[in-house]
Design a binder for this molecule. Structure first.
Ligand SMILES: Nc1ncnc2c1ncn2[C@@H]1O[C@H](COP(=O)(O)OP(=O)(O)OP(=O)(O)O)[C@@H](O)[C@H]1O
Ligand SMILES: [Mg+2]
Length: 303
């Protein structure tokens, strides 16, 4: 069963086409990474999922209910975190959560204390929110999202202001929520490494359009091109041989390293050419991270 489904979703702002014909299927129990560079349309999509922005075309259903027609039912079991969430800045985190709990029909003091511990805010829970750092506000944003133990969690860049330890904690928290509380998690990020470490599924968008979607394993294992890092000496001579042999430009060149998109099958031929031309091949390293995958994808698109 798909927990979130969109079909043909589009939204423009003036003449900027933010999201174009986007169809997504988020399976139950997945941690679904929604990946794309700045301005790709991630936040706009998430705002449409949450009924905050009305799509021009297309449909959205969450847990089988249409967000357009049955917004309240559809979002009843959804917890969400979006950029710059609103809090009562003069009140503490605990009081903010109490107010929210009352709006949601009553949440126990124990649950609030538990959620504060979960996001690592216990020590500062009774300080005013206006004295919080950005990372602390982000943790409070996550706390309000999970307060009511939703079945679906939708997070727009949940780690964008956290420090490395905070990012690791958030990753563990999301994995735990998915495993122990059976939540389906949909989160956006432009940090590809993060998505790779945490997600079961991923969709990549760019300029509002879906480029790829599938399980992380499928995407990384696709038989198509991946990025190889080839370390060589001398560099200049190797550059022209590699470009000619693979019929493509490198995605990155620095020091003795050339990164280039290629299929696995093409690599032995490249090494033979280089060796024949007396270029020393120091190393050939397949880069299978999503970051390199994304580079390989977009390199293919722009050529
Ligand atoms: N309210 C708005 N008014 C005008 N343009 C908007 C509005 N919201 C989004 N856009 C435009 O839509 C495009 C997609 O923006 P969006 O915020 O969805 O991207 P994003 O993928 O979330 O990027 P980021 O990684 O920077 O958060 C951008 O070109 C942006 O300028
Ligand atoms: Mg955004």
């Amino acid at each position: 069963m798909n927990v979130i489904e969109t079909s043909g979703l589009s939204k423009s702002f003036g003449n900027i086409r933010s999201v174009i014909d986007l169809s997504l299927a988020v399976p139950a129990g997945s941690i679904y990474g929604f990946l794309g560079p700045n301005g790709a349309g991630k936040s706009t999509t998430i705002r449409m999922l949450l009924g905050l922005v009305k799509p021009e075309t297309g449909t959205i259903s969450i847990l089988g209910n249409s967000v357009n027609r049955l917004r309240n039912q559809a979002l009843n079991e959804v917890g969400a975190f979006i950029e710059d969430p609103d809090f009562y800045a003069n009140l503490s985190a605990r009081t903010n959560l109490e107010i929210l709990g009352r709006l949601n029909g009553g949440i126990s003091a124990e649950r609030i204390a538990q959620v504060l511990t979960t996001v690592g805010l216990t020590a500062r829970a009774d300080d005013r929110v206006k004295a919080y750092s950005r990372g602390m506000r982000q943790r409070l944003g996550i706390a309000q999202a999970i307060l009511g133990q939703p079945r679906v969690l939708i997070l727009d860049e949940p780690t964008s202001t956290l420090d490395p330890a905070g990012i690791r904690d958030m990753r563990h928290l999301i994995l735990r929520l998915a495993r122990e509380e059976n939540m389906t998690v949909f989160l956006s990020s432009h940090i590809l490494h993060e998505v790779e470490q945490m997600c079961t599924h991923v969709a990549v968008i760019d300029h509002g359009r879906l480029i790829r979607a599938g399980t992380v394993a499928e995407l990384l294992g696709e038989s198509g091109k991946i990025i190889f890092e080839i370390r060589v000496r001398p560099l200049e001579k190797a550059l022209s041989i590699i470009s000619a042999e693979l019929d493509t430009r490198p995605t990155d060149v620095s020091g003795d390293s050339i990164k280039v998109a290629a299929s696995r099958e093409a690599i032995p031929g490249v090494i033979r050419r280089l060796t024949a031309a007396r270029v020393a091949v120091l190393a050939v390293i397949p880069r299978t991270s999503l970051e390199d995958y994304f580079l390989a994808l977009t390199a293919g698109l722009t050529e």
